[in-house]
Design a binder for this molecule. Structure first.
Ligand SMILES: C[S@@+](CC[C@H](N)C(=O)[O-])C[C@H]1O[C@@H](n2cnc3c(N)ncnc32)[C@H](O)[C@@H]1O
Length: 220
């Protein structure tokens, strides 16, 4: 069961009532996604002046991260391949009620992201190619050394520990290019230690409002 709720910045999130867990921070869904994934992930990788980047997201959910990323890159001279894994795609009656996009153009982009077929690569805007995969991260066949940037946006380790297991993190890290960057809203000590043990160098950065820290990690 899923319920739409407001977060403190006025943007919606969803609450999974079975897990008693929200899809985003209750302090601000848009604020959190912008801070963790766009500012400390995408913007950081853009400093490398790459012409093309590949992003892997764990958990497409509401599509908020994908939409903010595509919107942020409109008019930017960089091609993005955005692959995202999701076990439980949302149905239209849920995603169509989310209040993220206000302007007409933004709404069109949000709808295109959601209506894009699952399990095929779709060019949703000039420089944004979206491949939504209806598969769990555990079952997904991830290529080695492909991604410049990982958006690790699973439910919290307390609620879904299997998403943060050594096996899953190892598979995701193996899918990163050398020089690739991993970002997550989570700042748990165990996750930092696990990423370090997998060979990443780990930074703790200030978190979005309401959260002390987040993690950014680098593959050398
Ligand atoms: C924290 S929410 C993701 C938020 C999403 N990035 C957004 O912007 O709305 C976690 C997502 O992971 C999905 N999920 C749960 N188990 C999964 C699994 N084993 N593999 C992939 N995705 C999973 C959930 O259905 C949910 O959409």
């Amino acid at each position: 069961m899923i319920e739409i709720i407001f977060t403190k910045d006025g943007s919606h999130t969803l609450k999974n009532l079975d897990l008693n867990e929200t899809y985003h921070s209750i302090h601000g869904a848009v604020q959190e996604s912008l801070h963790v994934f766009v500012r400390h992930g995408l913007e950081f990788v853009r400093e490398k002046s790459l012409q093309k980047i590949s992003i892997l997201e764990i958990g497409f959910g509401t599509g908020l991260n994908a939409w903010l990323t595509a919107r942020h890159l409109q008019g930017v001279d960089m091609q993005v391949e955005y692959e995202t894994l999701e076990s439980f795609p949302l149905k239209e009656p849920v995603w169509s009620k989310l209040n993220y996009a206000e302007e007409v153009m933004d709404k069109e982009l949000f709808i295109r992201l959601h209506l894009a077929d699952w399990n095929s690569a779709v060019q949703v805007s000039e420089n944004f190619n979206l491949h939504k995969k209806h598969v769990s991260v555990q079952e997904a066949d991830l290529p080695l050394s492909k991604f410049d940037l990982i958006y690790f946006d699973a439910f919290a380790p307390e609620k879904q520990p299997e998403m943060w297991s050594h096996v899953v993190l190892q598979k995701v890290v193996a899918a990163m290019k050398p020089g690739g960057v991993f970002v997550t809203y989570c700042a748990k000590g165990q996750v930092k230690r696990d990423l370090k043990n997998l060979g990443l160098s780990v930074e703790a950065l200030p978190g979005p409002p309401g959260k002390r820290e987040m993690i950014r990690a680098h593959k050398s």
